[in-house]
Design a protein around this ligand. Structure first.
Ligand code: ARG
Length: 575
């Protein structure tokens, strides 16, 4: 039921202003700040100019006119207050509409019509640990992936691997000197990390190492079997290690084509740039001048002919358009790369690709830990796996304390602990820098993942206790028949409105590339429900009241479940 449509039609039918459209009126409708001022309001000063009358007169006369006839069943009351026309919904009818809409889960939609959304996210660097700094791109990207799929788009997850560059020559050089296949097998990523650190220490005083490293880099590019074999092993170890994290986070990718794949595909890109007269030579390097757009030049080829990060991204963007014919291509990358993406998109536009407008940099802020740890340099890097493990451990202890006989503690702690970490990165507007604190992330009573998990489990347990088969819950024909006994206070009413708004919030989250909109929406629902739960006896002795309250519980459960899944949290049924 589109209430704004209904209300604007009603106003329009009672207006004598022919140059106002119903759409305009619909657009003017607002939500009053308090429930006692109604559920929708028309601020009549917006009509003053057209109607050449004061807002108070307009509101009064509209109220008088509309009230002359019986109101539609959806509305309870209309009144005029200080130039505002306030509309009060018929609460039982509205509640019935809302719980009806959510009884089988959140509504389905085909808004996306199968259009493809490429999402470049996580995009890790080979031979590097997965640290806290990767959390946001992975969580935001993974969440957007699910949000777009939910809305009927087709998400394509791309892990644009950082697998190209001189560092791999250095790493092979270090490996040949100080390591072995056995050590590598045994220590995995830690071995690579140590080799890298050791190399840099040594190379400071032994510059000849860099010559050897350069040789290995060249050998990788020339497909030398030994170099390629060692390098592939590095890649394998990294992906295996990080794959375990992706599994825990519930994330997967459709493509792992990284920078090395595009390194030998930059030729045509450079040719095209030259054809379009976009290339200038600067100190022997090829660049695209972007003075006109207030940006430094975009470096395309170094003087030795080597491609750059941006060049490979140009080739990758063109490849993605050719391969997926995307509707949008998102890059979920930290704000440090704002300039890179502005340059990238501008160069593609100058090359004449009209789809350059469909590229979006989904930029986000930094996560740091409360003790300030974060930087990868100086050994202060914090591995994500350690944070996940610690979260799970802490949650396990909390659950054991609350409920020593709880079943499936390991499974529950894994879902709640991992969810807590993910949620801490998805609950704030993405562009903000955030500080991860254990207290906040794990607080069962605060705005946290565990709070959502707990509330969802609470709904499930209420439904289970009722004895109703809530997966196949049969709705009464109408909630109207419980109207007399079912007291709908303002808190309950606000809860229902939050549930009603949930679907629109998902659409908004996709529009703004902002999962935190969903996080806030389900947080409001969870808080509202907990208040409802403490204020009322859900399993009331009166079967009609009980049913109404169970139906609200079911709608809440369904919103929480869908919302949590869209935020990569696993909704568990008992805790
Ligand atoms: N690997 C890069 C980094 O760690 C991020 C890559 C983002 N994606 C892209 N297409 N540039 O900084």
């Amino acid at each position: 039921m589109d209430y704004k449509q209904l209300i604007s039609q009603l106003v329009y039918d009672n207006l004598e202003a022919l140059d106002l459209t119903q759409e305009q009126i619909k657009y003017y409708l607002s939500t009053p700040p308090q429930p006692d001022l109604g559920d929708f309001a028309l601020p009549c000063f917006k009509l003053s100019k057209v109607l050449k009358n004061s807002p108070i007169n307009i509101a009064d006369s509209l109220a008088r006119k509309i009230n002359q006839k019986p109101l539609p069943a959806e509305l309870d009351k209309i009144n005029a207050v200080n130039g505002y026309l306030n509309f009060y919904l018929n609460r039982p009818k509205f509640i019935k509409d809302v719980v009806d809409g959510y009884k089988n889960g959140a509504p389905k939609t085909d808004l996306g019509q199968g259009r493809v959304i490429c999402i470049d996210y996580s995009s890790i660097n080979i031979a590097k640990h997965f640290h806290m700094g990767h959390l946001s791109t992975t969580a935001i990207g993974g969440s957007l992936y699910r949000i777009f799929n939910y809305l009927g788009y087709k998400s394509i997850g791309i892990n644009h691997l950082g697998d190209f560059g001189t560092q791999f020559g250095k790493l092979i050089c270090a490996y040949k000197m100080w390591s072995s296949p056995q050590k590598l097998e045994k220590n995995g990523l830690n071995e690579l990390h140590e080799l890298y650190t050791r190399y840099h220490k040594k190379a400071n005083t032994n510059p000849e190492l860099d010559d050897i490293a350069r040789e290995w880099s060249k050998k990788i590019e020339q497909n030398d079997p030994e170099a390629v074999q060692i390098y592939q092993k590095f890649k394998e170890i990294t992906l295996e290690n990080i794959g375990k994290i992706y599994q825990r986070l519930g994330i997967s990718f459709d493509s792992y084509l990284g920078e090395s794949f595009f390194a030998d595909k930059v030729g045509p890109v450079v040719q095209k740039l030259e054809q379009k007269n976009l290339i200038q030579i600067s100190d022997g390097a090829k660049v695209v001048n972007l003075d006109k757009y207030d940006m430094p030049p975009c470096l395309i080829l170094r003087s030795d002919g080597a491609s750059l990060y941006a060049t490979r991204d140009l080739a990758a963007a063109i490849y993605r358009k050719d391969t997926y014919d995307f509707y949008k291509c998102l890059y979920v990358v930290a704000y440090q790369q704002n300039l890179h993406f502005r340059q990238l998109f501008k160069v593609l536009e100058l090359m004449g690709y009209e789809w350059a407008k469909d590229l979006v940099h989904v930029s986000y802020g930094m996560v740091s830990l409360e003790d300030g740890a974060m930087s990868t340099r100086g050994g202060k890097m914090v591995k994500l796996i350690d944070v996940l493990d610690k979260a799970v451990e802490k949650i396990k202890n909390i659950i054991k304390e609350k409920n020593p006989n709880a079943k499936d503690i390991d499974q529950i702690a894994e879902a709640v602990g991992v969810g807590a970490v993910i949620f801490s990165s998805l609950c704030n507007s993405k562009i903000k820098d955030i500080v991860f604190t254990w207290d906040r992330a794990l607080n069962f009573e605060g705005e946290s993942g565990p709070y959502l998990q707990y509330t969802h489990a609470r709904c499930c347990s209420v439904l289970k206790k009722s004895g109703a088969d809530y997966n196949n819950f049969l709705l009464p024909q109408s909630l109207q028949d419980v109207k007399a006994d079912f007291d709908i206070d303002d808190n309950t009413w606000t809860l229902i409105k939050h549930i009603d708004a949930f679907f629109d919030k998902i659409v908004l989250a996709a529009q703004d590339y902002e999962p935190s909109i969903i996080a806030n929406a389900i947080m409001d629902i969870a808080k509202g429900y907990n208040k409802f739960y403490f204020d009322y006896k859900i399993l009331d002795d009166d079967p009609k009241i009980q049913k109404a309250r169970l139906l609200i519980t079911l709608a809440v459960k369904n919103c929480l479940k869908t919302g949590m899944e869209l935020l990569l949290l696993k909704p568990i049924e008992q805790m």
